[in-house]
Design a protein around this ligand. Sequence first.
Ligand code: ARG
Ligand code: ZN
Length: 883
Amino acid sequence: PVKYLKDYAPPAYLVESVDLTFELDDPETVVKSKLVLALNPKGTAGDRSIVLDGDKGLELVEDSLTVDGKVVPSSQFELTDSGLTVFESALPESSESLTIECSVKSNPAANKALEGLYKSGGNFCTQCEAEGFRRITFYPDRPDVMSVFTTTIVADKEKYPVLLSNGNKVEEGDAEDGKHYAKYVDPHRKPSYLFALVAGDLVCSEDTFETMSGRTVDLKIFVREGDVQKTKHAMESLKRSMRWDEETYGREYDLDIFNVVAVDDFNMGAMENKSLNIFNSRFVLVSPDTATDADYNNVEGIIAHEYFHNWTGNRVTCRDWFQLSLKEGLTVFRDQTFSADMSSKGVKRISDVVRLRGAQFPEDAGPMAHPIRPESFIEINNFYTQTVYQKGAEVIRMLHTILGPKGFRKGTDLYFERHDGQAVTCEDWVQALQDANPEIDLTQFRRWYSQIGTPVVSCSTEYDESESTLTLNLEQSNPQPDSEETGEPLLIPIRMGLLDSTGLSIPVDIGDGLVENDKVLSLTKAKETFTLKNVPKGSVASLFRDFSAPIRLEYSDGQSTEELAFLLANETNDFSRWEAGQKLAANTVLGFLARDDDEYPEISDKVVEAYRAVLRDEKTDKALVAALLAIPSNRFIADLMKENDPIPIFKARSHLKKTLAKVLKTEFEDVLKATEDLGEYSIDLKAQGKRALHNSALDYLGSLREPEVMKQCLETVREGRNMTEVLAALNVLAATDSEERDLALATFYDKWKENNLVILKWLGIQATAPREDALQIVKSLMEHESFDMTVPNKVYAVLGGLSANDFGYHIGGQESYDFMADQIMRLDELNPQVASRMAKSLSLWRQYKPEIQEMICSALKRIADKENLSSDVYEVVSRSLSA
Ligand code: ARG
Ligand code: ZN
């Protein structure tokens, strides 16, 4: 059944308090619940029956259902596929407040969907967002029902020494039969999706944080024995996040305890349960020899993300799931800016944009396209998307750009003040920003919440020498999927700067006062012209600095190689400098692709010189230099073409890499030497930058397949000082047909086979290696002892890796797509959320050339024909085929 935003109705009953007792055991767990309900004064009058959500797998213990202590006979209630209805006849005359109790049986160990209560690595844990609580017990499982939770956990003392839930521990002790118990009360009212429980054999690292008002918070990170020393970075990141949220948003933590638990079996990255965040272990556990710099940065970002949810998500939550971006877009924006503040802003921005373009743009152009606030869905789990998260964050970023940091902060202050403790909508959010900034009109801006698709802004410039004016002619179009009409014009903030012909920044003057550096223009109409005054001849305007809006920018007359090389050399904005380099490289790749044989044209000297200058640039931060050297992705190139033909694009990109490696060999070798850090490992920015640049040079030189480099890579895999360096070397080898490749993979496996997280890398590198035999490799990986279809991380590494393999996946043609379809069908029986995530890769068929489209569609049809598809996979596949 499809759910619609427009059908929202307030809940009939509110829950004043909820008291849960978990008698945890394998195979049978019993959950007792006691809800105190009250009619919602804002609910619609009418039938007073109580309707509670409950999964159809829930087993109600006979005669356990009572209302105000009286057993409800079976004639007075009904169990359905979606829950439990207690008829009016079972209720007392006046139901100002009534108590409903019941017991439910389940087998958490059999729960492979990893939603609700399940077991991971021998421990019990939960995942309730979005609608997992209804797999635990009967409850009004919707975010606008907020209640005070009391939780008692009873479990075997030896097997499950640690018992955790939300809030404060108020009681604990021994129970019968070798069991023990703990009781928790969470004083903050919360929706059921924020409920959490963990029971297991865990140890923890501990620290404290003193809040800005002087309270001490106990911080604990729970992991398996042996992993404690890998939690240091997560702990430091947590303390930095807590401080940053106080300094940046004035938000203080609100309990005396904050727990994080790492589990190996988890569908997503992590979950912000009140005071008990549960994490996919790969976003907690890092050490130099087992994790890369990218892993360290992910840990920092995700720890921050979940912590920030305490205010943006928990204290102020969502009225309904259509509002998901209210908390996710805002919280992603907050974690992005936090990470940027902790590191190099430009490099962070570049990686955020790469992700947006690589994953959100295709989604927005495909059959699953939806506005950041969707209007309908079948399965909410399908809407934890790049659009809701990443585009959602871009929308918040634009608000920040339009209001400026001070205006934005005024807005968030008002938002928290007004809505603390409430479940609200995206409208409420924008309204708070609007009311705090009455001088700026956000009416048009609201369209970003309801309009689908990636806007295209096209630009042409005219210079008038006699007037010294530069005119920007801008046009926006908002192509809508499945419709000829374009959408309404949006308010698009354009952060821009001007450089004179010598590369110096000059002020921007559009007649409303000089702006020294960045000027923010507001494009509001379909067509609009801005005239810049006092512009010397030969100046260059740089538009959309920091990628100030999630749009595609086109220059109607193109941008010349000279202009791009000029910007790559001189632009002061890191993002725009990188963008110029990407376009320069992309134009070269497009030039290669214009020949349909393999006789690629010579690469232009100007391009070579531009890259030489980058390689010789000693002034720029090395992490940025590494980013500047990255060959644009397949996706970046495909976006500039009419259709995506991945194999030739991949070949042309590889050719560019090899050509640059050949002509700039000395420069690359110099860089390699200059970045051979022999000092102690450190995660600081300088050290990271050095490693990034080193690995980039190695990647270029490795593309030439010279025996020397192959040997050196093998040596690094054997003796490497840290995982960042080892993985880069292994990655170079994985693409080759060398003896070194086989040796390196075998050595690596032998060394790390006991470490699940490291083995994910070994699996992933093989699945993504651009080789003709990628499909065969993936098939044998799935037979390998290290693979397990029930562990999402492994599926993401292998099947996710294959689907991201621009060359190796598509070269397999129909066989590849059919294979993927088969795996999705197998997975759907185990874990629909993971299956659906894989199915989304097939849903992007429309971007490809017609032959590929047909093949993917035929694979999709095979899935559609399967009986008993989950609602998750059904929604993705049916939307893909009906478009
Ligand atoms: N709220 C979590 C986060 O972004 C994501 C949980 C999503 N889980 C799911 N099963 N859809 O941090
Ligand atoms: Zn989140």
